[in-house]
Design a protein around this ligand. Structure first.
Ligand code: PMP
Length: 464
């Protein structure tokens, strides 16, 4: 019997899940009490659960299902590749067609001289690679003391030991004695929450200049790289002020610091261009990709290296590699995904049609009594929930209390939005249509109305 096709009723599935399955980023006992929702199938932007509900997925899974769910072409590509060559590695004097073809395709799509690809199975692994590559690059250049990587508080770069260390999530650092040595942090360019009385542009500049101050504090001869997401995703879709990135770029160039752009979310169309660094005018030395590379259908990630770095690393033994790096099935699926993104002009449609349509509707949410700012870039957006529109103050209640209330209302109204503290965020499949955007906004609005009613009833509309 196929246990997956003939599954038992929802409560039994939940009981099995609670007994044996530990969920990431979850309080598992609390989840067991509530019972996780069981997602059983999906098509386009729509998920179906085991109770038959149709849920609009305004998060594209975890920011990854860029071409939408249910594309047979990707299933066919996987099946074909599994029959022909289900697995082989590229460690010891061998290669295979899907890996080399995908590497060439990524080199063609990536900007400037980002021409060399080192594969991984996801974004965290690729950032582990980046840490080692950046340090090895400087060691091979005769500057082994250049081993410090500067990152930002509230950045997300993954959950492996290096990924979580590079990230600036204090809750993650608290588990497992992180960060590892050699990582330094500066503040994030989050004007809404931290900008005080400054203008967004002055604040953006000031936050960028923290990088220069940190480089001087550590010693320029000790800094290997700066890593950042073009637009912070998991931190709450924080779109930096325009002055921010040009100043960061200037500082990296001045001190010859490698710039690592973590494009795991921003890559493959999310911001309206192939890569976030094109939207934001960044010239990185390394980019991290994953998620949208395969639209999440199979796990794959990669580091894409500029010629400057690749030339140095090609001349030494690379003592690093993952069993599933460049997995043939993952590469075949990714190639098919990129073909669809290109041939169906999905990114152009985002840029010219659907993102501008969504932007108008999303920004109008700022008029809701529970919402302060509503920001969006391409197909990633956030709204700040707050008790007082005039002051940008946060709630007196513990951070995240109101966000959770709103997220639960979304869940009940069959729309997946995520809460980050008291921000609500979206990142829908890039294939979402204007009609589906109307549904997304309608469900988001009802959820905000219901959350507002509850927040008021609970006496939480109070600034802290
Ligand atoms: N970097 C960024 C910017 C991410 O958003 C994520 C995942 N959300 C990662 C790295 C980690 O990727 P993965 O979960 O595939 O390891």
């Amino acid at each position: 019997m196929n246990v997956l096709a003939n599954y038992p009723p929802t409560d039994e599935l939940q009981a099995i899940d609670s007994a044996h399955h530990m969920h990431p980023f979850s309080h598992n006992n609390a989840l067991a009490e509530e019972g996780p929702r069981v997602i059983t199938s999906a098509k386009g932007v729509w998920l179906k659960d085991s109770e038959g509900h149709d849920i609009i997925d305004a998060m594209a899974g975890l920011w990854c299902v860029n071409i939408g769910y249910g594309r047979d072409e990707l299933a066919d590509a996987a099946a074909r590749q599994m029959r022909e060559l289900p697995y082989y590695n590229t460690f010891f004097k061998t290669t295979h067609v899907p890996a080399l073809m995908l590497a060439r395709k990524l080199a063609e799509l990536a900007p400037a001289d980002l021409n060399t690809v080192f594969f991984a199975s996801g974004g965290s692994e690729a950032n582990d690679t980046n840490l080692r590559m950046a340090r090895t690059y400087w060691a091979e250049k005769g500057q082994p003391e250049r081993d410090v990587i500067i990152s930002r508080w509230n950045a997300y770069h993954g959950s492996t030991v290096a990924g979580a260390s590079l990230g600036g999530m204090k809750g993650m650092h608290a588990q497992g004695t992180l960060p590892i040595p050699g990582i330094e942090f500066i503040d994030q360019p989050h004007w809404w929450a931290e900008g005080g009385d400054m203008s967004p542009e002055d604040f953006g500049l000031e936050r960028a200049q923290q990088l220069e101050a940190k480089i001087r504090e550590v010693g320029p001869q000790k800094v290997a790289a700066f890593i950042a997401e073009p637009v912070q995703g998991a931190g709450g879709v924080i779109i930096p002020p325009e002055a921010y990135w040009p100043e960061i770029q200037r500082i990296c160039k001045k001190y010859d610091i490698l710039l690592i752009a973590d494009e795991v979310i921003c890559g493959f169309g999310r911001t309206g261009n192939w890569f976030g660094c094109q939207t934001l005018g960044i010239e990185p030395d390394i980019i991290t990709v994953a998620k949208g590379l395969s639209s999440g259908y199979v796990p794959i990630g990669a580091s894409i290296l500029s010629d400057r770095i690749a030339d140095v690393l090609r001349a030494v033994d690379v003592n690093h590699g993952y069993t599933y790096a460049g997995h043939p099935v993952a590469c075949a699926v990714a190639l098919e995904n990129l073909r669809i993104l290109e041939e169906e002009k999905i990114i152009e449609t985002v840029r010219d049609v659907t993102a501008p349509y969504l932007r108008k509707k999303w920004e109008a949410l700022a008029d809701h009594p529970l919402v302060g700012e509503a920001k969006i870039i391409g197909m990633m957006g956030s709204i700040a929930l707050m008790p007082d529109k005039t002051t940008r103050a946060s709630f007196a209640a513990k951070e995240g209390t109101v966000g959770f209330i709103c997220r639960d209302r979304c869940f009940a109204n069959n729309i997946i939005m995520r809460s980050v503290g008291d921000r609500m965020i979206i990142s829908p499949p890039l294939t979402i249509t204007c009609d589906e955007i109307d549904i997304l906004i309608a469900r988001a609005t009802v959820s905000l109305d219901e959350a507002y009613a509850k927040v008021k009833a609970d006496g939480l509309m109070v600034a802290g």
